[in-house]
Write a protein that binds this ligand. Structure first.
Ligand code: TYM
Length: 324
């Protein structure tokens, strides 16, 4: 029995990169027989950036709705908000913090990148990887499906966990990341990694006309319509190849190479492919987002299950630390 675990921050509606890079792979892994999964909303992590409780609550609802829209089955999965188990997560974070070398955190790419760009560089942002480690090992996860940007965080999680086991006793499993090569870095509308912070993301839950506008903004070069184009260097084609069917992708590649096919044509096909592939997602998303009670019911089921597992782990931890 393998235990799968992953979380999505509550920074807003998950974008195409989150869906293809983490949510869908995690839901697929969860559905495999013999796997057990813990899928959650990392709302405590989002406090590093969001201070408005109403906004954070809305974002949490959006992420939870997106998980359910992507096929998460709350009966078979442990589905929860990290904040509802905050006492366990934060207690373990403190124990782990005292085993985490300062230079390890100071070298985190994600911290360095954010510290350069953001005006609010708080201690939470700095110790973020320790909370992430606690999230993972509290539930004794074996595998953590994530996008490539989380690889270093998983390396730190392993180091921190090994320190705990060495100092206090072998209580925790050592987690491994699962990074699916095809979707490890979904490009955004400007070709960089798709990210909220770069404002280059595609939100598949937008109303149709707004979605179309975002797709029209995808950056392309100035090759004239009649001329052949290189699909492998074009952002629209790259994104299309992740959402279209294999036949559609092969057809678009042929059109690029043949010439007489413009980027505008490709964008129109991308827009239609997104609407087709995600039409059911959009319906389910809207249902849960607009029915907070139905959503709450699903989360409560998971939070009870998560509580039992987290409590058991923390009982063992406290015993080892002679706090109980
Ligand atoms: P977050 O919320 O930034 O992103 C959620 C997941 O989406 C993946 N992702 C992408 N994958 C491919 N292409 C992209 N352009 C792209 N953008 C984002 C991320 O790699 C991630 O898997 N620290 C985590 C949240 C977290 C967590 C955890 C994850 C908190 N605790 C425990 C796993 C286990 C984060 O900020 O992800």
């Amino acid at each position: 029995m393998a235990r799968i675990l992953t979380g999505i921050q509550a920074t807003g509606r998950p974008h195409l990169g989150n869906l293809l890079g983490a949510i869908e792979p995690a839901v697929q892994l969860s559905a495999q027989p013999g796997n057990e999964s813990f899928l959650f909303i990392a709302d405590l992590h989002s406090l590093t950036a969001i201070k408005n409780p109403v906004e954070l609550e809305q974002n949490t609802r959006a992420v939870a709705s997106a998980w359910l829209a992507s096929g998460l089955d709350p009966e078979k999965t442990v589905f929860y908000r990290q904040s509802r188990l905050a006492h366990y997560h934060t207690e373990l974070t403190w124990y782990l913090s005292c085993l985490t070398p300062y230079p390890m955190l100071a070298n985190a790419h994600s911290f360095k990148d954010k510290a350069e760009r953001l005006s609010d560089v708080n201690a939470g942002l700095f110790t973020y990887p320790v909370l992430m480690t606690a999230d993972i090992i509290l539930y004794q996860a074996d595998y953590v499906p994530v996008g490539k940007d989380q690889k270093q965080h998983l390396e730190m999680a392993r180091d921190i966990t090994e320190s705990f086991n060495r100092v206090y006793g072998e209580v925790f499993k050592i987690p491994a990341e699962v990074i699916n090569e095809e979707v490890m870095t979904i490009p955004g509308t400007d070709g960089q990694k798709m990210s909220k912070s770069y404002n280059n993301y595609i939100d598949i839950f937008l109303p149709e006309n707004e979605l179309n506008k975002v797709i029209k903004k995808i950056v392309s070069d100035a090759t004239p319509l009649e001329e052949p184009k290189n699909p492998d260097t074009d952002n629209t084609f790259k994104i299309f190849s992740l959402v279209g069917t294999p036949e559609q992708v092969a057809e678009m590649r042929k059109n690029y190479l043949a010439g007489g096919y413009g980027y505008g044509h490709a964008k129109k096909e991308l827009y239609e492919a997104i609407l087709t592939r995600f039409s059911r997602h959009r319906e389910i998303y809207n249902y849960y987002f607009e029915n907070p009670e139905a959503l709450e019911k699903q989360l409560k089921i998971g939070e009870e299950k998560a509580e039992a597992v987290a409590r058991k782990t923390m009982e063992e931890v406290r015993k080892l630390m002679r706090f109980a």
